[in-house]
Design a binder for this molecule. Sequence first.
Ligand code: 3PG
Length: 404
Amino acid sequence: VGDLSAAELKGKKVFVRADLNVPLDDNQNITDDTRIRAAVPTIKYLISNGAKVILSSHLGRPKGVTPKFSLAPLVPRLTELIGVQVVKADDCIGPEVEKLVASLPDGGVLLLENVRFYKEEEKNDPGFAEKLASLADLYVNDAFGTAHRAHASTEGVTKYLKPSVAGFLLQKELDYLDGAVSNPKRPFAAIVGGSKVSSKIGVIESLLEKCDILLLGGGMIFTFYKAQGLSVGSSLVEEDKLDLATTLLAKAKAKGVSLLLPTDVVVADKFAPDANSKIVPSSAIPDGWMGLDIGPDSIKTFNDALETTKTVIWNGPMGVFEFEKFAAGTEAVAKKLAELSGKGVTTIIGGGDSVAAVEKVGVADVMSHISTGGGASLELLEGKILPGVDALDEAVASVSVTRS
Ligand code: 3PG
């Protein structure tokens, strides 16, 4: 995709689509500002190059104009991080917004109101996309977390506003989740967890084509155990995915991928933080007990398997890490990846719960890359084309900034 650093920016109005979809508590306080911080490098770059920044995002899934989904609570934190007072518009299109854009100084930042207050956004309505486009001279997509959506501000707008280029965050996400994974330094290990195999089928199938080692954990392992004829007690099993599990195991074998399933598990007598628990071999899960984490032998086996790797990608927890008693497996993976990162291994955390896990362990800063995308990360790892990326121009090096 086109490179932002190749674009002329001085005095240009730049429409930046970011993913500022951050969690807010009942008092409208931001409880995790990761996505705001991730958007800052592109915004700062534009400011320091004299662009007028028109910043756009969605927040939540509002149905029409809904005050609790306003982007207003983001202004103080954005202002603090960017170092420039952010001006907030009450709408994202229309004459008032046009006036605010006209009065923006070079290096100024205008935050538009939630684009999803218009149903036309998610419908990718061409008229709405054209109105957004009419505000600016150049389009920058930095909203990786929303790049899997073909919406007006992520896809439609590129038809009316050229050049359309990737921001630094979007580029970094692509470099790691696509580049480093498709062309890995080997050995390349993938660690996939999560409760259901059904939500990770595409990711596992795609990674099986690329990785040398595949470590599986989380609730999904019990479907694999059952497919192998083991008894799983009352553990979570997707009965309709037993054949698929068998197929995936056979595929790994055929591809020469070393697929490791945990050899021991921590079982519990109920799904609760204060459940009674014990460690058992994966071949001996008692009736009435459910597996909620991988066991210590498995942690050791996984750590040994990761020892010589050069690239590791991780998506999905090893157990129910929200419950302290069943967090050891997930935390061990986070710690191992931190150690490997320190040795120069490329470590990629592919979104969602694994991000929460590395943050909980306090090792987020040492990873090579932590994705800001949930659904977008999964789709990219599955090898899907993301509409928000596909719509961008190939290159801007020779393109002058003009609106079509
Ligand atoms: C996310 O939180 O994954 C993105 O911001 C996309 O949000 P959506 O799933 O509501 O499109």
